[in-house]
Design a protein around this ligand. Structure first.
Ligand SMILES: Cc1cc2nc3c(=O)[nH]c(=O)nc-3n(C[C@H](O)[C@H](O)[C@H](O)COP(=O)(O)OP(=O)(O)OC[C@H]3O[C@@H](n4cnc5c(N)ncnc54)[C@H](O)[C@@H]3O)c2cc1C
Length: 494
């Protein structure tokens, strides 16, 4: 049942062995809700907005679909891919057989980052990097030792979170050309901060997990359908099939302290009784909802900060590039994606016209947040014309600008210690969200992992309380089984 009605008390009636209320319908909340429902719990998910999907959403304009921002994943994002499998949309994404990224400079000069099949990590990238034409020979030779040193860092060492990635790179022989021409191209979109700002701890996680530990880990995947269809709508259907309830426009304003009958969640003045609660809202909203004493210093969550992402969608009257994705070097168009198929609704959709829709992603976009959409549009269409010569003679039919001011937390040195874990001091209350202590950057993978961890915590609590009520152990599974993957200018303010 999905409804906009605020009659929350109805949701607390019905079948089920324990009632889990999930607050927040982003990927963390959706995966948490599904994991609890799959384990047999009765789930009510409360989302403040009129749609699900949280930071991943889409809108229609002039018959084309645009996402709020390009969302990319890697083959190593097993939790996210398992989530897609669970909600039945794993077939609505593309996943490269083999990592291959053209890095294009103004004028069109292109060098490739690609893996060579048959070579184990970390040597799988060596042949491509040895020929990587955007760096001189001396810089290319220096890449290897730095990569080896990065791969050997101990991610559990708190000292890694005391220094920026750029500082560490400098002490490992990496000159500015290598930082701009290679390391920064990868860390900027994955951690949403430049190498000069991002914590070494976060960068090391990205490189170790994505590039240095397993050869196929960094094969890139992206949505072939609008994100709203890929995530929110499909997850809602999956949750409802389990008997769960999704309530939209249900903004939670209070979570009460625990009582003998569990926890009380209040949304728009309506009370909802829960056996366990999973709080899966952004960190900017979590502190004010946490009951007193739930985590030691909720005020420190502010320290996680925010980092923006700006996205510019450009519709051309013809094809201007054959690349499905490309990184722009020395260009404001940091990463460019061919979004034509998704813009038409996905599922192999084809246009009767020759038009091409490009999505251009600007990470760590503080400097562009204040610019007018016309300025951003001019900047990006100009940059695309420099990268792809065919764009110079193409007509721009439409451009769409989206700005996400708080796209992710700001993973600067010192933030690792500010990310709380799943468990809180309030029995039955668990935390989820890409900003919690997943070890991952603020990603879809991190969000899904956090949701699954919170579900485990909630189920464990139900197990304990059911056991206490019946004088024995409860019958809740102690583990949420991991799911392996089977295989004209518009500005939108957010
Ligand atoms: C433009 C952009 C591009 C990105 N690109 C990538 C990418 O390429 N790859 C990648 O992996 N990640 C990317 N990310 C990050 C990724 O989207 C997020 O990390 C992830 O989706 C966060 O999920 P979440 O569930 O933790 O939080 P959210 O998605 O923020 O969900 C939290 C939900 O809680 C709801 N909520 C808040 N307060 C309340 C309340 N009081 N009551 C009820 N509900 C409430 C919100 O409305 C929201 O729906 C990108 C993010 C953005 C914005």
């Amino acid at each position: 049942m999905r409804t906009n009605e605020p009659a929350l008390d109805n949701a607390s009636r019905g079948r089920g062995r324990g009632h889990v209320v999930v607050v927040g319908g982003g990927l963390a909340g959706l995966s948490a809700g599904l994991a609890c429902a799959d384990a047999g719990a009765r789930v009510t998910l409360l989302e403040g907005r009129p749609r699900l999907g949280g930071a991943t959403w889409s809108f229609e304009r002039n018959g084309r679909w645009f996402d709020n921002g390009q969302h990319v994943f890697l083959r190593c994002c097993t939790a996210y891919r398992g989530f897609l499998d669970r909600i039945g949309t794993a077939g609505q994404v593309h996943l490269q057989d083999q990592l291959a990224v053209p890095v294009v400079a103004p004028g069109g000069k292109t060098a490739w980052i690609r893996r060579t099949s048959g070579l184990p990590a970390p040597f799988h990238l060596a042949p491509a990097l040895a020929r990587y034409g955007h760096l001189g020979l001396a810089d290319r030779v220096r890449l290897g030792p730095a990569a080896v040193a990065l791969g050997r860092l101990d991610l559990a060492d708190p000292a890694l979170d005391q220094v920026s990635f750029a500082d560490w790179l400098a002490t490992h022989g990496q000159r500015p050309a290598a930082v701009d021409g290679l390391w920064g191209l990868i860390v900027l979109p994955t951690a949403n901060l430049p190498a000069s700002e991002v914590s070494l701890a976060m960068a090391a996680k990205v490189f170790q997990t994505g590039l240095l530990s397993q050869a196929d880990a960094a094969d890139i995947g992206w949505a072939a359908a609008p994100l709203a269809q890929l995530h929110g709508e499909s997850a809602a259907t999956a949750l409802e099939r389990t008997g769960g309830t999704v309530r939209l426009r249900a903004k939670v304003d209070h979570i009460g302290p625990p009582t003998s009958t569990g926890l009380v969640v209040v949304a728009d003045g309506q009370r909802l009784q829960a056996d366990a609660v999973i709080l899966a809202v952004p960190h900017t909203a979590a502190a004010s909802l946490l009951p007193a004493g739930a985590i030691p210093h909720p005020e420190l969550l502010d320290g996680l900060g925010v980092s923006p992402i700006v996205n510019v969608g450009v519709v051309y009257d013809r094809r201007v590039t054959d690349h499905m994705l490309a990184a722009g070097l020395g260009s404001p168009a940091q990463w460019v994606f061919d979004r034509t198929e998704a813009a038409l609704g996905g599922e192999g959709a084809q246009s009767s016209s020759e038009e091409q829709v490009l999505g251009v992603s600007l990470s760590a976009a503080d400097q562009w947040l204040g610019q007018r959409p016309e300025q951003l549009s001019d900047m990006i269409t100009g940059a695309l014309a420099e990268l792809f010569p065919a764009a110079r003679s193409a007509r721009v039919l439409d451009t769409v600008v989206t700005r996400e001011r708080a796209a992710t937390f700001r993973a600067v040195p010192g933030t690792a210690a500010l990310r709380p874990g799943t468990k809180t001091a309030v029995p039955g209350l668990a935390l989820a969200g890409a900003w919690t202590d997943t070890g991952w950057p603020a990603t879809m993978e991190g969000a899904v992992r956090s949701g699954q961890a919170a579900a485990r915590e909630a189920l464990h609590h139900l197990s304990r309380t059911a056991g206490a009520a019946h004088g024995g152990t409860g019958d809740w599974p102690s583990e949420v089984p991991a799911r392996d993957p089977s295989h004209n200018i518009t500005e939108v303010l957010t």
